[in-house]
Design a protein around this ligand. Sequence first.
Ligand code: ZN
Length: 243
Amino acid sequence: MRYLVISDIHANLEALHAVLQYRDYDHILLLGDIVGYGASPEETVQQVQRLNPLAAVRGNHDKVVAGLEGGDTFVSNARKAALWSQSQLSVDSLKYLRGLPAGPVQVDSQVSIVHGSPRDEDEYLLPWDREGPSLDALATPICFFGHTHIPTIFFRLGETTCSRQVQPPAKLSLTPESARYLINPGAVGQPRDGDPRAAFLVFDADTLAVEFLRVDYDIETSQQKIRDAGLPAFLWQRLARGD
Ligand code: ZN
């Protein structure tokens, strides 16, 4: 069984299409933030529904765009984009976003998914935080998370917890019988690790290999759509930098 693990699409349809050129998988796991920031919210939600992920959780932007939260904690650029996205979405798409579960969602005996962290769906787990996350709360030995837009792996072997920012392409072998993992594939639609290419990962549940991947996409078209929507310039400018 091979899982395509994607997160933080952020209404970037061009980036999502580029990732979907990868076809060697059985099921999709979606870690939240389908919308927000990008300028193709309706097409992106429809595309995600067609993909029919095996498991999906909501992100903080999905909650605000769906009207479940007010967005008071958002910086102004994010709030503007969320309100604009809300105005662009059909009743069906808003309903889909509203129906997404909060994490953690258990996928199988080995794997669960969250948006932020296992204890708080809105918590940021950054690889350089000195106090790493607790991996004790994990219901499964492997948990995929998103939210930070930085490809990351936290793992605990015995008493030691390690964290590492991952520079794709990279392939790692997991040992879930003796270790616990929190793994972030990076963002499809708004990478923030200095590499503007769309990020995703593939987990093979039989060989226990996890592969972090990057793919080029049509950044100019995504940028133009954000400009045409009248959204803040920072939101299109950052796509070319990947920050
Ligand atoms: Zn996000």
